[in-house]
Design a protein around this ligand. Sequence first.
Ligand code: M6R
Length: 605
Amino acid sequence: MCGIVGIVSDEVKTADIIDSLKKLEYRGYDSSGIAFVRGGKIEVYKSVGKIEVLKNSIKDLLEKKIEVGIAHTRWATHGQPNDVNAHPHTDCTGKIAVVHNGIIENFRELRSMLEALGHKFKSDTDTEVIAHLIEEEYSGDLFDAVMKAIRKLDGAYAIGVIHSNHPDIIIAARKGSPLVIGLRDDMSILASDVTPIIRYTKDVIFLEDGDVAFLKKGRVEVYRANGEKIDRKVQHIDWDELAAEKGGYDHFMMKEIMEEPMVISSAITGRVKAGKVDIPEVREIDFSKIRRINLVACGTSYHAALFFKYFVEFHTDLDVLVEVSSEFRYRKPHVDKDTLTIAISQSGETADTLESIRLAKRLGSSIITITNVVGSTITRESDVSIMMNSGPEIGVAATKTYVAQLTVLLLLGLEIIQQRGFWAGRHEKIFDTLLRLPEVFSSILDFSDKIKEIAKEFKGYDHFMYIGRGYGYPTALEGALKLKEISYIHAEGYPAGELKHGPIALLDENFPVFAIVPQDSLYQKMRSNVMECKARNAKIIALTTSENSDISSIADIILEVPRVPEELYPLVMSPIIQLFAYHVAVLKGHDPDKPRNLAKSVTVE
Ligand code: M6R
């Protein structure tokens, strides 16, 4: 996820800004840049690659004093990672510099409008429109210009702005992306999180959505977008740097699970227009002409693909085939020009998935990739790439990226349903609920402590059976994968109807069952399967829908999610299975961020 820093002080040097930026490296990035005012002029330096490259390119400037500076680590969303697309971005006069985290949804419209007014753009980014908009609104008051400019922005942003005419201020604004301000008598510092701030001060203000802040040396004022001044509480934080990187959590995995509400919003941002799904990346694809869809993926991404099969087959006339990439690439698949292949890979580098799309391409199929990494190898070999926009995931186990994959796949599925003429009231409902899910997720995440208590009770078992049917099946597979990969407990994921064809022989009081049993169209079938497990003395954890007293009389433990259309249960149930695995792993003394024998990106066969 992009990172922002900014410092205004009489005593700041270029090196201070670069060192502060380095504290944000852990968030992941592909390029970095700095802009500062020195001698009444803005200077901008940007480089693709590590901050060290940027630092080396300005070695002679590091000890020079500056008046005010902003800097940025970029995680590409619009435009390739390169020097030009790196932030900060400037206006036509070169007097304004902007750093930005988030996505400006209406940047295409704004760019056309600004170009028609004569503005010249240098990059492919959505961010550059902000610099030109501020230029357009500026008539001597930077704060006023930023206020007017942000009213024209749709989407999510955290921005920091400097102007060479105002070498003693930074203007910052937040909507949907975090920003924190550190306060000290002789300086003010702005950052995406507290990590760069705590070496200077532990007194901070967390900006809220809709806030615009005016930073001077030792003075910060916060306003709402309507111009009303507001008193934001100054909080004293006691974190050290490592705790700060993890947002105060013990592990990145937990931090990333807690980011899921934001991840859903980011995956939706820019993909809804006039109350309908509108994914700009696939506008050129005519889904009504496709005869079959073929998905390739591995691990967690495969489970997301499986969900998509159920969703699209159920709601359209299309056949959707899903295959683990390592099998697909060695088969003789029946793929041709009428087949659309969708590759799902958070890293965009998984060797087997890459080879699978190469094979599908050779057979004439067009390729859509759903990934989290702009410019990754798979994106370069695909016809179209849809970004998950989750920000980098540091924990090896996929958590927030699974949630992002499911969100993007739901949107894509709805787009296909729309185009093939199957759209009905049910899809309206799925779509409306999907847009509300960030709120729903926040309430589910509040159950973490309860899940920890349950984990204490179950951490001693050596085996686990996860079962589900229909939309619950991919959730069962993912629950078992999460548990086994970070806690090293043997866990199987099974379609519940298959139990009596063999695996039920395993069940006894030492082999608990984690049943995915929402009140959906297969509820009664699942209920019978849970009864069968109960009859073998297996302890039952039932993940069900709220106020389901029916299952609570059978199961030993009940975990609940709110009622939503059944197509959304795989999404709303994800944080529960992830939190359960997390707590079991931590209680067993394992580091969930670095499970043994696993790599974040599997670039070999
Ligand atoms: O980067 P990808 O999504 O292609 O990775 C696929 C799998 O390697 C990945 O999901 C893996 O199973 C994770 N360990 C799951 O937590």
